[in-house]
Design a protein around this ligand. Structure first.
Ligand code: AP5
Ligand code: ZN
Length: 213
């Protein structure tokens, strides 16, 4: 399967991805995670991306398309993939179609995480992550056994720099202005499935499995 996950910040893309990945043995490509790794490593690409990310704006299409084009060449991505946070503009969606066409494949399904904006601030400000693994916790909805500590490794958890109410506002604006048109783009191809992303994580997982079965 070749899947695209679309939804606003905090809708649950990163939370559902590992479940889908394990169930269907797909590779998980999250442009946000890849960009944060480049920022942490202070690569030239990371230095360029950081400014936009800190402000909650989108990084240029050119940068993210380049990242995805490279990642899709990995042997582990040949059987199928989950794109989490890409494409986020119609131009990125068109580029993706072109890239896949040259490989003789296409996007099978787009999971649209439908959720009201008002819920997202609490999700975002309560999020803690284990940077090395990408494991995600929430102080209220998915607390770690020991506050601030990863359950598996015992290493400290961190909060994302862009997880503040003011940066969230810009991220949401970018979502509505630039990413919502991508849902229309895929709707015309009749491959969009809407998920009730406001429900509890296990409920959302059930819906995902229903859509993919
Ligand atoms: P990115 O990392 O993609 O961030 P985002 O889209 O804002 O999404 P998030 O990771 O914040 O949300 P999520 O849906 O993964 O939520 P999660 O599952 O963790 O992008 C960051 C930045 O990189 C962008 O702003 C941009 O600058 C740049 N960028 C990335 N891709 C780009 C692209 N293609 N083009 C240009 N720029 C790009 O859940 C959130 C919290 O809620 C967690 O604590 C979780 O435990 C909890 N939770 C999850 N589900 C539930 C539930 N059902 N009920 C209760 N709590 C829940
Ligand atoms: Zn995420």
């Amino acid at each position: 399967k070749r899947l695209v996950l679309i939804g606003p910040p905090g809708c649950g893309k990163g939370t559902q991805s590992p479940v889908i990945k394990d169930e269907y043995c797909l590779c998980h490509l999250a442009t946000g995670d890849m960009l944060r790794a480049s920022v942490a490593a202070k690569t030239p690409l990371g230095v360029k991306a950081k400014e936009a990310m800190d402000k909650g704006e989108l990084v240029s299409d050119e940068i993210v398309v380049g990242i995805i084009d490279e990642a899709l060449k990995k042997p582990s991505c040949q059987k199928g993939f989950i794109l989490d946070g890409f494409p986020r503009t119609v131009a990125q969606a068109q580029k993706l179609d072109e890239m896949l066409e040259t490989r003789g494949v296409k996007v099978d399904k787009v999971l649209n995480f439908a959720i009201n904006d008002s819920i997202l601030e609490e999700r975002i400000t309560g999020r803690w992550i284990h940077p090395a693994s990408g494991r995600t916790y929430h102080t209220k909805y998915a607390p770690p056994k020991v506050p601030g500590i990863d359950d598996v490794t015992g290493e400290p958890l961190i909060q994302r720099k862009d997880d503040t109410p003011s940066v969230l506002k810009s991220r949401l604006e970018a979502f509505h202005r630039q990413t919502e048109p991508v849902i229309d783009y895929y709707s015309k191809k009749s491959i969009v499935a809407n998920l009730p992303a406001e429900k509890r994580p296990e409920e959302v997982t059930k819906e995902v499995k229903k859509v993919l079965s």
